[in-house]
Design a protein around this ligand. Structure first.
Ligand code: ZN
Length: 223
């Protein structure tokens, strides 16, 4: 299965990626992780990315696409199965991706889209607290620490709210996200590859729907 998973920050992509990757034996390609790793290792691409970010610029589409191309070319999973996470982010990246996949003769099967209402995303993200010492993540209502204000793992009393987890920045991020995702969704809708999942529900239901879509796709393909 060759998949793209799309959804706004706070829609629960992280957990779902882990589950999908394990259950369907997929190569998980997270562009965010790769960019951080390239920078950490100080590769040629990593240095270029660091320079761009330090000067407050976005990483160019071509650069991200090159990274994805490298990973996909090295893919040794059966049927070249993969799960793209954090990419494509723009229409231009989606067009790049189709070119890459055409060269490799491994077309995309499905685009899974996690639909979420802004109000719920705001509630999820503003309630997030992070341990300043060990990085453990909590949520004031969904996943509170055992003892209020104390980290379960390291005992630190500094559970803080990230600067960009305020209602104002999240609202802005959502608006920017929806602006860029719409042309992307139109592009994939035209290819009839999109499956939408209501991710406002509990994660178990979201996961069930995703699995259903993947099973349906597998069944139709083997007919
Ligand atoms: Zn901690």
């Amino acid at each position: 299965m060759r998949l793209v998973l799309l959804g706004p920050p706070g829609a629960g992509k992280g957990t779902l990626c882990t589950t999908l990757k394990k259950s369907f034996d997929l190569l998980h390609i997270s562009t965010g992780d790769i960019l951080r790793e390239e920078m950490k290792q100080g590769t040629k691409i990593g240095l270029e990315i660091k320079e761009l970010m330090d000067s407050g610029n976005l990483v160019r589409d071509e650069l991200v696409s090159e990274i994805v191309r490298n990973r996909l070319t090295e893919n040794d999973k059966e049927d070249k199965a993969f799960l793209l996470d954090g990419y494509p982010r723009t229409l231009s990246q989606a067009i790049d991706l189709d070119k890459i996949l055409e060269e490799l003769n491994t077309p995309l099967d499905l685009v899974l889209y996690l639909e979420s209402s802004p109000a719920l995303i705001i509630k999820r993200l503003t309630g997030r607290r992070v341990c300043k010492d060990c990085g453990a993540v909590y949520h004031i209502t969904n996943r509170p620490p055992k003892v209020e204000g104390t980290c379960d793992y390291c005992g630190s009393h500094e559970l803080i709210q990230r600067k960009d987890d305020t209602e104002e920045t999240i609202t802005h991020r959502m608006a920017v996200y929806l602006d860029t995702i719409n042309p992307l969704m139109n592009y994939y809708d035209a290819q009839k590859k999109v499956r939408r999942v209501d991710s406002d529900r509990d994660p178990e239901y979201v996961q069930k729907d995703l699995f259903k879509f993947l099973d349906e796709k597998r069944t139709t393909d083997s007919d």
